[in-house]
Write a protein that binds this ligand. Structure first.
Ligand SMILES: Nc1ncnc2c1ncn2[C@@H]1O[C@H](COP(=O)(O)OP(=O)(O)O)[C@@H](O)[C@H]1O
Ligand SMILES: [Mg+2]
Length: 434
């Protein structure tokens, strides 16, 4: 509004000082106005698209960073990289579109401004020569006219914003260059067909300085269910991360049959282990995106079969868009149980021979948990599984129970036998499971 009054005021004033020149310069305004209208629309649209694609890019980046464990355990780095590339290419195209329009817009505005100035100078020279205007008045006149031209010219300062967003884009690219500390052996091979199981021998590990896992030895027999119990903070989840090689051991070894974990290709290792925790990871996208995450390129039939086995197919059928229903940040809110089922479907589709359940149902209420047991059983059937349980029902049926306390194994055995020992397990049982 202020600008509008300035505009009118200045305009009236230059008419008052010299109406011929004012009229002449006014003839350039409609052109200005047309250029402004056309390009304002174009630049806004292009800029909005660029900002949106940039925020898509940084959202995806953020998702990637927060869900790094999901991505690694599903060995889907390539997929994420492709998505990032797709997003960043789109952003690049949008930015080029912005720049392209800016590149035409600002010189065009300048051109019209210079034409206006040229007209004033020509006419002004004529009036000065004929003593109808002094040189001082002419100079003053020019600066008034530039007051009229400036508002439009200031639009070109959008360019600065553009440069700022380019800077933050550069920062995101920097994050992308960070290297993982887990390196693959030169001669690493694909995950072997195992028949005996997983052996942990004298395993020690520290996240930082203080050791979290102290000299742990146990095995997870092939095709059986091993339960890991212990108070919160005793190191159960850490064990699962070591088996998935999200971290490297400080001491000891983990072997699949007789093959050391370090001799296995990371990708292949993680493709063969399905980790399932209470932090259900739902990626932004459709239900299908979330299930197919387990196995890129899976057929429609296999996806539905996995959904069926995970007891989520009915829910998907109820959605008007079915498998293409958007979930996650931009889509429908899923209940804890639905998220779990989708994750189970994902793990089923992945069809890994080794399954790790880390308090998978801890965040669910009793009812939802009961409903999910069936799906979980389907997941564990015929697989080598390590189950970290917080409910007795899961532990009862385990072939072996490992009891952990403060990063050490304190007891091993079956439920009845451990109860009889009346030690840590019995105490834990009385406190937690009874
Ligand atoms: N990423 C991490 N960085 C540092 N310390 C961690 C990290 N994750 C877990 N810890 C610590 O390691 C110990 C074992 O944690 P965790 O394996 O999660 O136990 P549990 O699963 O049995 O509850 C805890 O003291 C925990 O604070
Ligand atoms: Mg845990």
């Amino acid at each position: 509004m202020g600008i509008f009054f300035t505009f009118i005021g200045v305009w009236a004033f230059i008419f008052y000082v010299n109406w011929q020149m004012a009229l002449a310069v006014s003839l350039t305004f409609p052109f200005m106005f047309i250029i402004y209208r056309v390009f304002r629309g174009r630049i806004h649209t292009a800029f909005r698209a660029a900002r949106r694609s940039q925020s898509d890019m940084s959202n995806q980046m953020q998702n990637t960073l927060t869900q790094i464990e999901l991505i690694k355990s599903y060995a889907s780095e390539n997929l994420e990289e492709e998505r990032f590339e797709e997003n960043s290419n789109r952003n690049k195209r949008d930015l080029i579109q912005v720049t392209h329009n800016m590149a035409i817009f600002s010189p065009l505005v300048d051109l019209v401004n210079y034409i206006g100035t040229a007209i004033i100078l020509t006419l002004g020279a004529y009036f000065v020569i004929h003593d109808q205007l002094t040189v001082g008045q002419l100079v003053a006149y020019l600066s008034y006219v530039s007051l009229l031209q400036n508002p439009i010219r200031s639009l070109t300062s959008l360019l600065n914003q553009l440069q700022e967003s380019l800077v933050s884009y550069g920062r995101i690219m920097d994050i992308n260059q960070v290297k993982s500390s887990i390196v693959e052996d030169k001669g690493a091979i694909n995950f072997p067909k195992i028949s005996k199981g997983i052996n942990l021998e004298n395993v020690s590990f520290a996240y930082e300085k203080e050791e979290t896992i102290h000299d742990i030895t146990f095995s997870i027999p092939f095709g059986k269910t091993t339960a890991l119990v212990g108070r919160s903070g005793s190191g159960k989840t850490t064990i699962t991360k070591l088996i998935d090689r999200l971290y490297d051991l400080d001491n000891g070894s983990i072997k699949f049959d007789r093959l050391d974990i370090k001799k296995i290709k990371l990708r292949s290792l993680r493709e063969n282990i399905a980790i399932f925790s209470q932090d259900t990871y739902i990626v932004d996208g459709t239900i299908k995106d979330n299930i197919i995450y387990g196995k890129q390129g899976a057929s429609e039939e296999d996806i539905w079969q996995a959904a069926e086995m995970a007891d989520i197919a009915d829910f998907i059928h109820q959605q008007t868009k079915g498998m293409n229903t958007l979930v996650g940040e931009r889509g429908v809110k899923l209940s804890g149980g639905q998220k779990q089922r989708i994750s189970i479907a994902r793990a089923l589709l992945k069809d890994a021979p080794i399954v790790i359940l880390d308090e998978a149902t801890a965040s669910l209420d009793n009812e939802s948990e009961k409903n999910i047991q069936h799906a979980l059983k389907a997941l564990m059937k015929n697989r080598t599984s390590l189950v970290i349980a917080h409910r007795l029902s899961t532990i009862y049926n385990a072939d072996q129970i490992i009891v952990m306390s403060q990063g050490r194994i304190v007891e091993k055995g079956k439920h009845e036998q451990l109860l009889k020992q009346n030690g840590s397990y019995a105490r834990l049982y009385n406190a937690q499971f009874k």
